[in-house]
Write a protein that binds this ligand. Structure first.
Ligand code: G6P
Length: 455
């Protein structure tokens, strides 16, 4: 069996830090099975003008190859082009894109740097799987260095419609980067179609049928591979978590109120202020629910070095404070807002305790919180998922109450419907979703992609 090389900007601390998430677990299993290398950024700055040396370390049969990046790399490649251009662009926030030639040059430079460091580690029959928008040009840089191995790319975030994508001044270089792969994977059919229409609009290629696309005369496989979670393990985690002291203490503190839960990185794509406004609308329209429900919003800080994020941090805190100040009572706080990460096991337990999961991003590649929320439910008495139609997960989780997150009143109405939904309907919605997640879990996602990549 050929070895697998995974490359991603972030590399989980497998065997070191807290237990890794679903993606890390699945890729780790694939790497252990075949033997392989996981390369990426160490998560640290070298503190100087140059990137740090390559740290190579074997842990549990996997070779980790990590580099500290220089301050300039982090500013141009990570905070700059990846997170101030590609991220807002792919999430339809043209107002937040901040394009600068020097950041674009830094993005390509860091990709070349990773390619040069990876080159000597590659054996002829290795297969290479590159992840996410930070590393689109990696394959073309490797090809330039003579690497002929099979290479696949998976885009974890949305691919925008041509009207949005073509505003990117270097869109040709990005498309050209993708054509160097043998397989390009998207989360949903919609993303793949957007990509193909962009090629057609520019007259440089398009969908070539039968799972193939073509651009600049080069053909590559393209398909949809909706990412998932370790469904069985997560369900089991949630089942055990509700018995832990931390989750019990929290459940007691609700004093019989129905819990609405939201868990999102602090990001403008997540629609946090819209969600809080929707909850406020719900409370304003339904005074009978005052004192009978609590919304818990867990929002770890994220990308604080990128300008749009600091503003978002303030706005979310202000919105939550406004609702609590206006509607809260001496004995009832409508929103509990936690601005830091919470242990995964505790989260799983909170999902199971909750009556409603609110996953209302304005735009999201997939959204695994939606899937985890479903997997965490008690099949006998499941909670209800309120899900944005603009999350990739909405393509699969049709037992959710689907909402347009921009329509604040609709979000409020969805909450009212979710909170008063009878048990029978909750079960009827939950069962097919759970079945979908059990059949299409993260290990299936991983093997589906690798089967196509192996060719
Ligand atoms: C999204 C991206 C990932 C990224 C994660 C956290 O899920 O698709 O590639 O790792 O956000 O963002 P960060 O910038 O902290 O890596």
């Amino acid at each position: 069996m050929s070895r697998l090389i995974v490359v991603s900007n972030r590399v989980p601390d497998i065997g070191k830090g807290p237990p890794p998430g679903g993606l890390a677990v699945a890729l780790k299993a694939a790497l252990e099975k075949r033997g392989g290398i996981w390369m990426g950024w160490s998560g640290k700055s070298s503190g100087s003008k140059e990137p740090g040396p390559l740290h190579v370390e074997d842990r549990g049969g996997i070779t980790f190859a990590l580099s500290d990046l220089s301050r300039r790399d982090l500013s141009e490649y990570y905070a700059g082009f990846a997170n101030s251009v590609l991220w807002p662009l792919c999430h339809y926030r043209l107002d937040l894109t901040d394009y600068a030639r020097k950041d674009m040059a830094g993005y390509f430079r860091v990709n070349r740097f990773f390619a040069e460091r990876l080159r000597p580690l590659i054996r002829p029959d290795d297969i290479i799987w590159v992840h996410d928008y930070h590393l689109i040009p990696l394959a073309s840089e490797l090809r330039r260095l003579g690497v002929e191995n099979r290479m696949g790319f998976f885009m974890h975030i949305p691919w925008p419609s041509p009207d949005v994508f073509l505003t990117l001044p270097v869109h040709e270089a990005i498309i050209g980067g993708l054509t160097a792969y043998d397989v390009v994977g998207f989360q949903t059919k919609h993303d793949a179609t957007n990509f193909a229409s962009g090629l057609e609009r520019e007259g440089i290629g398009g969908d070539a049928g039968d799972g193939w696309m073509e651009a600049y005369g080069r053909r590559f496989r393209a398909g949809t591979f909706p990412i998932s979670i370790a469904t069985r393990e997560f369900a089991e985690l949630a089942r055990r978590a509700v018995r832990t002291a931390a989750v019990r203490r929290f459940a007691d503190s609700l004093e019989g109120r129905d819990l609405i839960i939201g868990v999102d990185r602090l990001d403008y794509s997540k629609g946090l202020t819209h969600r809080i406004d929707g909850y406020e609308k719900f409370l304003a329209a339904n005074p009978a629910w005052h004192g009978r429900t609590t919304m818990l919003q867990v929002t770890p800080k994220s990308r604080t070095e990128v300008p749009g994020y600091a503003a978002m941090q303030r706005e979310v805190a202000e919105s939550a404070g406004r609702v609590n100040g206006a509607i809260g009572r001496l004995d009832w706080v409508p929103i509990r807002y936690v601005n830091r990460a919470i242990d995964q096991k505790v989260l799983a337990g909170l999902y199971r305790v909750a009556r409603v999961g609110m996953v209302t991003p304005l735009r999201d590649g997939m959204n695994l919180v939606a899937k985890e929320f479903v997997a965490a439910q008690d099949p006998e008495d499941p909670g209800v998922l309120v899900l944005s139609r603009f999350a990739g997960a909405a393509q699969e989780l049709d037992g959710a109450i689907l909402v347009n997150p921009y329509d604040i009143e609709a979000v409020g109405n969805a909450l009212a419907k979710a909170l008063s939904m009878p048990l029978e309907e909750r079960r009827a919605r939950f069962t097919p979703m759970m079945q979908q997640l059990s059949e299409h879990d993260i290990s299936r996602w991983c093997s589906d992609f690798l089967d196509v990549l192996r060719g």
